[in-house]
Ligand binder design. Sequence first.
Ligand code: PLP
Length: 360
Amino acid sequence: MSQSPYIKIFIPGPVDVRSEILAAQTRPMIGHRSPEYAELQGRIIPRLRPIFGTAGRVFVVTASGSGLQEAAVRNCVRERCLSLVNGAFSQRWYEMVLANGKQGDALEVPPGQAIHPEQVDEKLRSGRYDAVTVVYNETSTGVFNPVPEIAAVVRNHPDVLLLVDAVSCAGGVEIKADEWGLDVCLTSSQKALALPPGLALCSVSDRAMERAKSIPHRGWYFDFLQYEKYAAKNHTPATPAISLMYALDAQLDSIAAEGWQNRFARHKQLMNLVHEWVREAGFDFFAEEGYRSPTVTCVTNTRGIDVAALNAFLRQRYMLISNGYGNLKDKTFRIAHMGDTTVEEIKALLDAINAFLKGQ
Ligand SMILES: Cc1ncc(COP(=O)(O)O)c(C=O)c1O
């Protein structure tokens, strides 16, 4: 079988995975009820807490992040959910609420704009909702919603749970689930944690667990109570993706060596470099000022460049960026600056894009 050449992908997931982490997946298989597996999971779980900023429970499930979005709905929405919608992934979470037989309303603002806490407060004052879904980092638009401020508003409504999708920012930005009062905060392995796809991780508050106990049909695969029961023995209810757990174990060693705060600072530095480039190159930002993502920049294609031609040019240099999402294709393009990406790699990418622009 011929191997395709190594292309460094600067797309907002899956992201590039370093070869040591890929190699960690090739360790020999072990039984998932063996002491070796329990030791592996037992070693991993406590080291995941800094991702979410929690001293409490963290679950790892074999699924992509969408699985945990569905889990959050099934375990935590009693009757009616308010979904904050400002892009494709938040819209999808709203649709999941309805697809799971729950009632829901969308608080929708145009893509590119952030959801503001006062808008949420106004809706919650109706007393109709028992949960809120919010996407922290809207990957489709590059908007970074003000989750700490939204959480402060939600916490004024004691019966309302706050479910947070941090899929494309957790691991690249500091999250304080306990301090802010996030009831579920979830992410996928293939984004800022720089792992292959296939694992989803979340923190779950005591309040959320209590809610789950009161909900009769939570399903089986994503039942938080089952996860909690098996977690006591460092097991999972069903067979976990053991190879991915090996990769996660190795990646947590690398992250410990870098240090979480250094990792967050590096993400900020990468964002600043890309922002500087956007301004200098004469493009614009799709996301409103003050709410721009630390992990992915959605660039408004004000110069009307041929994004496919840019990517063909980049591919010859073994790099790739992402076109706009859905109907934002060609009107925008996206540069991911997350995971293990270095300053040198981002600079090399921006130099290559400049070389393309020079030829225009
Ligand atoms: C913000 C956001 N939420 C949810 C998802 C879905 O995650 P997954 O593809 O891991 O199921 C994505 C995927 O890109 C995302 O960016």
